[in-house]
Design a protein around this ligand. Sequence first.
Ligand SMILES: *Cc1c(COP(=O)(O)O)cnc(C)c1O
Ligand SMILES: [Zn+2]
Length: 413
Amino acid sequence: MNHDYSALSHLECSRCTTQHDAGRLQGTCQCGGPLLARYDLSRVAELTGPGQIGGRPPSLWRYHELLPVARPERVVSFGEGMTPLTPMPRLGREIGLPELLMKDEGVLPTATFKARGAAVGVSRAAELGAAGVAMPTNGNAGAAWAAFSARAGLPFLVAMPADAPAITRSECVAAGAETYVVDGLIGDAGRMLAPAVRQRAGWMDVSTLKEPYRLEGKKTIGIEIAEQLGWRVPDVILCPSGGGVGLIGIWKALQELADLGWIGSRMPRLVAVQAAGCSPIVAAFERDELTTSAWPDARTAAFGLTVPAPLGGFLVLEAVRATAGCAIAVTDADLLAAQALTARLEGIWICPEGAACVAGASQLRESGWLGADDEVVVLNTGAGLKYPETATTDLPVLPLDAAIPSPDAAAVG
Ligand SMILES: *Cc1c(COP(=O)(O)O)cnc(C)c1O
Ligand SMILES: [Zn+2]
């Protein structure tokens, strides 16, 4: 392989550390463990550095040496990445965290951070010659993979729960994906898809962490945060965790950057935020367990967090513990209130999953786990626009030519 565009060297099992060939399509290890992409970091250091990266176009592909796509012409892109890392002064003051920042992923193509995983996952699957890709989804991953697959000309098969955000169903259909809606949760959708994928020659199962490259796309969130802070890390990063790819990706990124010497060795405390209606990672964290147990009757308005049995739960727990972070669950009432508060104070209508981080940050400040001078980054994983039902209004329609109330009579909201 030509090692100038990518310094990818091999794949390594996250459970048993067996090495695997990165030059062909791979699923999980024989032991069932997710595979992690490994790079020749001394080659990366020869090829580039922070100064050079700073002059490149503002997309996640500016980190191409640390991404798996071998040839630049195989990159399938809408220009995704380099999302804003925005100070939240009014919200921060309200919840006692004046140094609050938000990494806002709502501006990505298809309006969630799933675009990062899809950009890299689709590009690499197509480069390695996949005949098609298939996945179960809670909606947003399907929408993102549908868009990137369409652009790559790669057939895409997707199944989602009937309760997934309705717009994501439309996005899949609009982009020409073979789309199925199932009466169940994401695990049920995955079980129904698996035999269909096996029947299709050359197809890849790209379920969460069942192939190695979606994680590489998500990893760029962590690299961007470091670069946007001037190649250093904040004190704390809160990440909404369903399958856990976002948080695992951020951790992997920061380890690679530390190994490269591009940031110091200090790690931010990583916080996995879940919804109280589906919090297997929090439960395992609190019980000091190394792996998660399946969560019964999962249900939350933060639909992307409805993952009762995350394959990578053990990696999230490892990341959180290794960085002296924690895992916290917030109720739907609290996360929806945090969503409304963020829109009112900062003008950003965030998704319910991202709002879980705002609610989580507020609770951790109240408990004293976060200090007033901690520099805290909350990850907003998507746009509130994808969840219109979270902000219903019941405004009356005024009769034509009715008088608009005077200021003292008007409701202030
Ligand atoms: C998928 C999703 C999540 C959860 O991400 P994981 O990487 O699976 O932990 C959070 N927020 C939104 C909007 C999502 O679509
Ligand atoms: Zn293994």
